[in-house]
Design a binder for this molecule. Sequence first.
Ligand SMILES: NC(=O)c1ccc[n+]([C@@H]2O[C@H](COP(=O)([O-])OP(=O)(O)OC[C@H]3O[C@@H](n4cnc5c(N)ncnc54)[C@H](O)[C@@H]3O)[C@@H](O)[C@H]2O)c1
Ligand SMILES: [Zn+2]
Length: 371
Amino acid sequence: MDAQERHRVLNDALNDEVFVSNDLGYPVVVADDVLPHAERFLTERSQAFVVLFDGETHVRRLARRLARHPRCMGVRAVTLGEARKRLATVEEVHEALLALGAARDTLVVGVGGGVASDLFGFAAATYMRGVPYAHVATTLVAMVDAAVGGKTGVDLRAGKNLVGAFSDPVAVFSHVDALQTLEYRHLREGLAEILKAAIIEGNEFFEAIENLSPHPFWRWPWQAIVAEAVRVKIMIVMDDRLEQGMRELLNLGHTFAHAFETASGYRVTHGAGVALGLRAASLLALRTGRFSEREYLRVLGTVALLGMPLQTRVDPDAAYRAMQSDKKRRDGKLRFVLPRAIGDVEYGVEVPERTVRSVLAQLRYTPESLG
Ligand SMILES: NC(=O)c1ccc[n+]([C@@H]2O[C@H](COP(=O)([O-])OP(=O)(O)OC[C@H]3O[C@@H](n4cnc5c(N)ncnc54)[C@H](O)[C@@H]3O)[C@@H](O)[C@H]2O)c1
Ligand SMILES: [Zn+2]
């Protein structure tokens, strides 16, 4: 398959340059340039709005373009970054909203990555007991994960995302062109979640990822990749409203990821943790006889292809201890989200302690078959 053909596989699944879903009860739009879609939405809503943006230069241009809309009351840069994802910053945002003249019926439009969608979303959910919020996503993590699903919040000193609220946005716009200026290390954080979605979904999505050439990243069919990953997340979040627990699927690789992050004192980033976690979950599934060797190797191949780690120096005992204190653990037993096949993932699987420990120990080594 040449590059053209690979792009076609993904684009066929979409058949369009713009992805729009209303399945969550609000529009989620994925397009290279999302501005015309956002402007149309704002005009149709015909409601006064303010723009808040992550005070990062590339995002600034986008925010300024939005702020030219006749309904815009004002625009404000906010210094973000994970260290600023705190209640003190939420208060700053509340004060800024007041200074901009935002009232109960003012729409807040946030522009930025996952920190922006979590923090601005939470600030909007709590300003005057809640004002409507729309997000323009400019990082891969925000596009495929953070901005979709209605989880907002901030960190405490004791840990990440410990304060927050479920609060659906009124719209999400993923501005795919923004990825062109994103540093690779930030892009990689989102790649892990995309791979997770591809394993859950299977079929053409996984094959398309598997067949991408590793370089150069900027030539990837990003619009189609983001749209597919978003479609998977929307499908799961939507199903979870009917049947409790479906959302668990999104935690594929995450029990391990959190353990590696915690046990390494956060030297292992979330994205790297998820990549390691996808290997670990696949290996656990293989060891417990529910996943084939062939598919395990396919997962390893994609993790390597996307330039993500397959091995870690994290001490297996420390990782196991971290896993035991994971907040998601219930009645003393560890439960895992494990693949039965690519495209067939199950949750709530109990696994014996010694098998989990042996998988953690194995993660210290490069998989033999990949040299
Ligand atoms: N609510 C959820 O469901 C959910 C899900 C996943 C992640 N998250 C949260 O998302 C956060 C991580 O998100 P993130 O990776 O987007 O981090 P981020 O928002 O900090 O963005 C990463 C960096 O990229 C910069 N940036 C943003 N857009 C850019 C662009 N277009 N070009 C160049 N630079 C740009 C930012 O200023 C920042 O320095 C974490 O706090 C995590 O907890 C939340
Ligand atoms: Zn994650």
